[in-house]
Design a binder for this molecule. Structure first.
Ligand SMILES: Cc1cc2nc3c(=O)[nH]c(=O)nc-3n(C[C@H](O)[C@H](O)[C@H](O)COP(=O)(O)OP(=O)(O)OC[C@H]3O[C@@H](n4cnc5c(N)ncnc54)[C@H](O)[C@@H]3O)c2cc1C
Length: 417
């Protein structure tokens, strides 16, 4: 079997893996990304690119190119009030943030990943193998020395590395083979994603995030460039029951929650159009071993609340490149540096997961068990009567805790990258 050598192997070409590959290549590190699929075309992944990530792309000189990708802007988080009860409640008001970092861009994840790939390929030390799966982590004693790969055509090989980074998502093989175990938190719900058409007359629909709360159900609609992306939330484990009920029953359920969708629910042609996200919330106690590190979803699966998944994965990648590029280029990399990555990124992960568990408790659990659907009345009253308060949740979502900035070696003027 042929053995090759790279400074760094990255398992997984998702947001974390491609951003890390791009940044390390800009530092001159020989880096190779392995992605098991042939392309990035998977629907209903995280598509939410937050203001902190847009700022980072500007610092990397990629902002202009990013803004040319097909995208819609996600505006305020608006909770409708009962008919005749007055104007809807705006709980998070993005209009109060300073442009241009005042919104969430909704970009199809495959377009975003294609874009990152094209930019990374400009760097001579960046290498990408598609349809190449990491099958085994190689070790000498306790030290990871590389990994074995298998291509879809059956070819196999080994690559030796100084560092293997597991960016292979929530079911990470790198994590499992390294014997790293996550702490799992209970999540009471799953999410089912589907698309509905957006009528021509709705061209100017405000790009707000509008949730509908009913005892046992939550329906969230995101306005995309030419369709509506809808998320249905109900009890965890309900997938078999929903599918057994059939598409007619599911359409009726959606039309009941949003009567204005009754004219288009026929676009859900079968339950195959309804995609389950088995929601998980977990994080590793320890993110590294000698010669090996996990980041992104491999280190922490996030709940969909706040759409933070992609952004946290990218911020992890930036911190990793910032802390490790120097030791990798001067040959001094040790577990001390890997520990520094965990120390830097574990704190924002904990903050966000604590926020998600709180939201889960005060909104999701009480909506799904029917005890009190929707956000607490106090939050709605505060947002209604003290408009300045609406800025805080928008700021928390747009920037997140500890946003990372591009390291000097990776910065480029905008439009040049
Ligand atoms: C169905 C679904 C819906 C989601 N919806 C949302 C959402 O609405 N909002 C949100 O913020 N987040 C959402 N997420 C989460 C979000 O997509 C992730 O948080 C984010 O993509 C994490 O990036 P990552 O690079 O760490 O991992 P991933 O994006 O999971 O990328 C991992 C990559 O590794 C590849 N891979 C896996 N194993 C191997 C292997 N052995 N060898 C080589 N390659 C491998 C995979 O093919 C994949 O491309 C969703 C996730 C899923 C699965």
């Amino acid at each position: 079997m042929k053995t090759e050598r790279r400074d760094v192997i990255i398992a997984g070409g998702g947001p974390a893996g491609l951003m890390l590959g791009l940044l390390l290549a800009r530092a001159g590190v020989e880096v190779e990304v392995w992605e098991k699929h042939a392309d990035y075309l998977r629907d209903f992944r995280g598509d939410t690119v937050h203001a902190s990530t847009i700022r980072l792309l500007d610092e990397l000189g990629l902002g202009d190119g990013f803004r040319r990708l097909p995208q819609s802007r996600l505006g305020n988080f608006v909770v409708p009030r009962n008919k005749g009860a007055g104007p809807d409640d705006i709980l998070a008001d993005f209009d109060r943030l300073r442009p241009p970092y005042d919104h969430i861009a909704m970009v199809p994840q495959w377009d975003f990943l294609d874009f990152l790939t094209a930019e990374a390929r400009r760097e001579p030390s960046f290498h990408l193998r598609m349809e190449t799966e990491l099958v085994e982590v190689l070790r000498e004693g306790d030290r990871c020395t590389g990994a074995r790969w298998r291509r879809v055509d059956g070819a196999q090989g080994e690559t030796r590395s100084r560092l293997l980074v597991g960016c292979d998502g929530r079911s990470s093989r790198v994590r499992e083979q390294a014997g790293l175990h996550p702490i799992e938190y209970d999540v009471p719900f799953d999410t089912w994603w589907f698309r509905l058409p957006r009528h021509p007359a709705e061209r100017n629909l405000p790009a707000a995030l509008v949730p509908i709360f009913r005892p046992g159900h939550l329906l969230l609609t995101l306005v995309r460039t030419d369709y509506l992306q809808v998320a249905y939330f109900t009890d965890k484990g309900a997938d078999a029951r929903l599918r057994a009920g059939g598409v007619e029953k599911f359409r009726d359920l959606v039309a009941d929650l949003r009567p204005d969708f009754a004219d288009r629910v026929s676009a859900i042609t079968s339950m195959d159009d309804v995609h389950l996200l088995d929601v998980r919330l977990n994080r590793l106690r320890r993110w590294y071993r000698d010669g090996l590190l996990c980041i992104g979803d491999a280190a922490h699966a996030m709940s969909p609340a706040g759409g933070v998944g992609i952004n946290l994965a990218i911020q992890d990648a930036v911190a990793t490149a910032t802390l490790l590029a120097g030791p990798l280029t001067d040959g001094t990399l040790s577990t001390r540096h890997l520990k520094a990555v965990q120390r830097r990124r574990a704190w924002p992960t904990k903050v966000l997961q604590t926020g998600q568990r709180l939201l889960q408790e005060v909104i999701f659990t009480r909506t799904l068990d029917g005890s009190r659907p929707g956000p607490p009345q106090l939050a709605r009253l505060a947002a209604r009567h003290i408009p300045a308060l609406r800025k805080l949740p928008a700021l928390a979502i747009a920037s997140g805790p500890r946003p990372e900035h591009a390291p000097a070696f990776a910065r480029r003027p905008n439009g040049v990258g």
